[in-house]
Write a protein that binds this ligand. Sequence first.
Ligand code: NAP
Length: 292
Amino acid sequence: MTLFSPIAHGYWRLLDWHLRPNEIQNLILKGLDLGISTLDHADIYGDYQGEAAFGQGFKRLPPSTRSQVQLVTKCGIHLISSSAPARKVKHYDYRAAHIIQSVDNSLERLGTDYLDALLLHRPSPLLQPQEVAEAFEQLYQAGKVRGFGLSNFSPSQWDVVQRYWHQPLWTQQVEISPLQTDYLFNGGQDHALAHAYSPMAWSPLGGGRLFQPKTPQEQRVFGAFQTLSQECGIPIDTLAYAWLRALPSKPIILVGSGKVERLKAATEALSFTFPYEAWFHILEASRGHAVA
Ligand SMILES: NC(=O)c1ccc[n+]([C@@H]2O[C@H](COP(=O)([O-])OP(=O)(O)OC[C@H]3O[C@@H](n4cnc5c(N)ncnc54)[C@H](OP(=O)(O)O)[C@@H]3O)[C@@H](O)[C@H]2O)c1
């Protein structure tokens, strides 16, 4: 789906950035200047406070900005939270009423009247695909959501939802990084290529662990990137993003930093071609062994 920008901005950690509404507004604009127009949220981010904090900044922008960004959010996880004191058990909910209510809540908090994409956050054993498709249809017909996708679903779980939803699912968020390569070997990338969609790579720097290596794997990967960085004169984060973008499924990178210079480092990965053999050197460092 070409709707999304190749580098997207993830707002999971927004409350940790301690930004005032005018600073959030500036961050959105700086991102747009860099070509980062896809902005990722979830109802649960910041213990249900993240979308509203973003909305405080987003609402300050002129209405014309709305068509320049793609707002993505997710639904389906019920956290144990002070905002839901009666809840005793963390669980998932993909009943139609919850999906629809969750979208209404997200629209209100984000300060918009439509979402570009709604993703189901995690697969649930109780997910009824026909009921999900009916909820999608209602939201689509009401103009509240333009397209739908998934997150953390297996290829076969994707196929089940797609069997009932009559439009193509747009994307799937998957954890992919130089520290987490399962997607390359568990059929995830094959599925994306076969169905012609790009995944969104979450925690592309391992949630920052790439820069604070503790485990043997983290130390090997960091060391390999450090050497390459010195050889090419390219910062490690740019190299890590370029390593992901070298994949044929062309993952959309969900950058998790609130710092403009780090957003810029991500966009620079788009014009860097990762050296072919060195790509396998990083893979080897990650897995701890050469390919067979
Ligand atoms: N669908 C899902 O289940 C799911 C799950 C997790 C995340 N996500 C999405 O993916 C997005 C990204 O995830 P993430 O935040 O874990 O991504 P990440 O980019 O792997 O990790 C972000 C962390 O890395 C640090 N970092 C970034 N660049 C750095 C550098 N050059 N040097 C040192 N530290 C650096 C950041 O610190 P600074 O803030 O200091 O830059 C931040 O703490 C989230 O915002 C969310 O939208 C989705």
